[in-house]
Design a protein around this ligand. Structure first.
Ligand code: AMP
Length: 181
């Protein structure tokens, strides 16, 4: 296995069909390269869209889901491996350990929480794995404006903007992942 991609994204599909289109394109593109998709194990929202798209083309998909969320997030059993954890923290730790790079698609609090924790851990040099935000339809612009506001207010060091990369499309993202950039 060349590469293992951790996907953070919404447990809803959002209002813009472009979100699901990109989630499906990402799942397919990761599988097409023979890479592994590691994700939250659910069959809901963008999580389900990306996982189903990867499975549909024979991709290797690992789902990691806490027992308590099996019902709410409809644990997706068609994956190569569905790991059931006891806690959310275990889920996040396993997703982290099993991955070489992180990709965030649009999502809500859960998606933000996972992404910002991964960013913070990189900032503190607990790891040096690349982190990408896929800015489908400009979804992340308000968050990036907030990061800029935090920088201007003296809370985020300008150097720390190199901790993540914003990409506009799935093909651009795949190219960056291939180059390890
Ligand atoms: P959301 O972006 O709120 O739709 O959540 C996306 C995914 O993140 C869902 O599968 C949530 O269960 C998951 N999630 C939320 N908080 C955490 C957390 N603290 N650790 C791990 N996963 C989480």
């Amino acid at each position: 296995m060349k590469c293992s991609i951790c996907l953070y994204c919404g447990s809803h599909s959002g209002t813009n069909p472009a979100f699901a289109a990109d989630a499906a394109a990402l799942g397919q593109a990761v599988a097409a390269r023979g890479w592994r998709l590691v994700y939250g194990g659910g069959n809901v929202g963008l999580m389900g869209v990306a996982a189903r798209a990867a499975v549909a083309v024979g991709g290797q998909v690992i789902g990691v889901i806490p027992r308590a969320l099996l019902e709410r997030e409809q644990g997706y059993t068609e994956v190569s491996e569905l790991i059931i954890t006891e806690t959310l923290r275990e889920r996040k730790a396993l997703m982290f350990e099993r991955s070489d790079a992180f990709v965030t698609l649009p999502g809500g609090f859960g998606t933000l929480e996972e992404t910002v924790e991964t960013l913070t851990l990189r900032q503190l040099r607990y790891h040096n794995k690349p982190i990408y935000l896929l800015d489908t339809a400009g979804f992340f612009q308000p968050l990036l404006q907030f990061f800029e506001h935090a920088r201007a207010s003296g809370f985020i060091h300008p150097d720390h903007f190199h901790l993540f990369t914003v990409t506009r499309s799935v093909p651009e993202l795949m190219e960056l992942l291939e180059r390890g950039a």
